[in-house]
Write a protein that binds this ligand. Sequence first.
Ligand SMILES: Nc1ncnc2c1ncn2[C@@H]1O[C@H](COP(=O)(O)OP(=O)(O)OP(=O)(O)O)[C@@H](O)[C@H]1O
Ligand SMILES: O=P(O)(O)OC[C@H]1O[C@H](OP(=O)(O)OP(=O)(O)O)[C@H](O)[C@@H]1O
Ligand SMILES: [Mg+2]
Length: 289
Amino acid sequence: MTMGLLNNNLRIGIPSKGRLSELSGELLAQAGLNFRRQNRGLFAKVKGLPIDMIFLRTDDIPTLVAEGAIDMGITGSDLVEEANANVSTRMRLGVGRCRLAICIPEDSEIKSANELDGKRIATSFPSVTKAYLGQHNALAHMVSLSGSVEVMIGLGVADAIVDLVETGSTLAANRLRVLEEIGSYETVLIQNDRCRDVEMANRVVRRLEGVVIARDFALLEYNVPLAKLADAEKITPGFNSPTIGTLEDETLRSVRVMVRRDEIIDVMEKLERLGATAIFQTTISNCRL
Ligand SMILES: Nc1ncnc2c1ncn2[C@@H]1O[C@H](COP(=O)(O)OP(=O)(O)OP(=O)(O)O)[C@@H](O)[C@H]1O
Ligand SMILES: O=P(O)(O)OC[C@H]1O[C@H](OP(=O)(O)OP(=O)(O)O)[C@H](O)[C@@H]1O
Ligand SMILES: [Mg+2]
């Protein structure tokens, strides 16, 4: 059964289920790391590269990377911190963004974390929670659970909870509110310091960077009067610098430049006001900068 792993291939651990499972699979496929997971199989070979993918529980990945069982892994930075795993974070993947927060009932009179001294706290993050409360001179009793934490105050198990918050809808549904934020987290690529194949690991990082950066940027092309070119370049300075081309009409220049996706509409409006024409946005699906 384990025969397939008796080799020197780079081992990358990715979530076998849950929200990060699909995200990781898509990201890796876009980066040209293609593999096929057999029905409920726990490992797969990457097509054409000396890499094995291992499907694991998201929360076990930090420990397994730290132990050297796998060389790299995709998981939440919250889980890396909770496991206190001795690993290097190679990349933030720009997905799975969430916050870890201390939450209390909407009508609670508690005003700060130090008032939680002697109270009961339900959480899947006992280690991070204890450390945070320690810094705020509070010692609380931890009720460690693996999920459905928001219901625990209602069940009478705890006075407060510490859990992940994204949109806040789970909190609202359970009539809870944030008391204090402990930290902000996202999905990360981690690596162990005794990696089997450092060169291949670096290649994986470069490939993923190409996709992650491409997701944040778009390519903008436009024509602008030569007299306004300097102003246009101020609006779109680009990653390194914009590419400027000439047109048959010598009073015009064409510009190609990378722009952050979240700024693109704003930038297009500014360029239009400046007198730019034929402004096009193109999606970048992969890049090397
Ligand atoms: N609501 C959320 N929004 C964004 N990211 C989240 C959210 N909840 C969790 N995450 C991130 O995803 C990671 C995995 O979450 P979690 O362990 O809850 O798995 P899951 O995908 O929800 O599956 P499960 O059903 O096992 O809970 C978390 O450690 C965190 O980094
Ligand atoms: O602020 P929100 O957008 O509501 O997201 C926060 C919720 O998302 C996660 O739960 P998940 O959906 O993973 O359910 P789980 O408790 O089964 O892990 C997290 O544990 C919170 O409960
Ligand atoms: Mg969950």
